[in-house]
Design a binder for this molecule. Structure first.
Ligand SMILES: [Zn+2]
Length: 243
């Protein structure tokens, strides 16, 4: 008989199979990405219906059979259902799921990234920060967890800590003596915010205030840096450009 496996996780994606079944992608605490079949989960009375939707965080009981997993039960801790109340919040929330689905692998758990995703979704759910702030913080902190954290201590070429800097996709800050960059140097405030995002305990990650000008400065730099390391077509934010 197959053994029952229990793991905590967040549903990243759901796909319909036939008339009544689903296949979900779970970001699990113990096993990283898991592809799980949920038989009958589309039926209105199925006990698996509510627990197999994107964003659900809970305890998933599965059985393994010839390298595939079949879902037996979900105990929902948090459905994040409120993320669907606003189209923009939903778009940013789906973006986070898309990114995570892109960067994680099967049998490669990343508990810190799972916690970052949970905290980011909770911040969106509670309306603590707007979608673009959560996206930017998530992208930048995510770099740490994937091993691409930039060096923000000073110029990565000469060690200078007093010059004017920009963030370079080589992996950190560079100063204007070493690198003749054409874009505007970063403000000290922006570098300070990036250091905070990189180093703050996860529990306090979103405990800061930022004005629109500073946000647009770091949003642009972080997006460029992030796109250099994480490639992929993320469609969930396309809707934002149509308004
Ligand atoms: Zn330098």
């Amino acid at each position: 008989m197959s053994e029952l496996i229990k793991t905590k996780g967040i549903v990243l994606h759901e796909m319909s199979i036939k008339d009544h079944d689903k296949r979900i992608i779970l970001f699990s605490k113990e096993f990283g990405k898991m592809i799980i079949f949920a038989n009958g989960a589309k039926r209105a009375k199925s006990p698996l219906l509510a627990g197999t939707q994107p964003f659900v965080f809970g305890e998933f009981s599965v059985v393994e059979n010839r390298n595939s997993y079949t879902l037996r039960q979900v105990i929902i801790d948090e459905s994040f259902y409120e993320l669907r109340n606003d189209m923009f919040t939903l778009a940013y929330s789906l973006y986070l799921l898309e990114v995570v689905n892109n960067v994680i692998q099967e049998m490669d758990p990343n508990d810190e990234l799972l916690r970052l995703l949970y905290i980011s979704l909770m911040t969106l759910k509670n309306g603590i920060h707007s979608g673009n702030i959560v996206k930017t913080v998530f992208q930048f902190r995510c770099m740490n967890m994937l091993g691409f954290a930039p060096d923000l201590s000073g110029c990565m070429e000469c060690g200078n800590i007093d010059g004017v800097f920009t963030l370079h996709s080589r992996g950190g800050l560079v100063c204007d003596s070493c690198f003749n960059f054409k874009d505007k140097p970063m403000s000290n405030e922006a570098i300070h915010v990036l250091r905070y995002i990189q180093q703050a305990p996860l529990k306090k990650l979103f405990h800061f205030k930022i004005n629109d000008e500073l946000l647009s400065e770091i949003e642009c730099k972080v997006q460029t840096y992030f796109s250099y390391f994480v490639t992929g077509k993320f469609k969930s934010l396309d809707i934002l450009t149509t308004f």
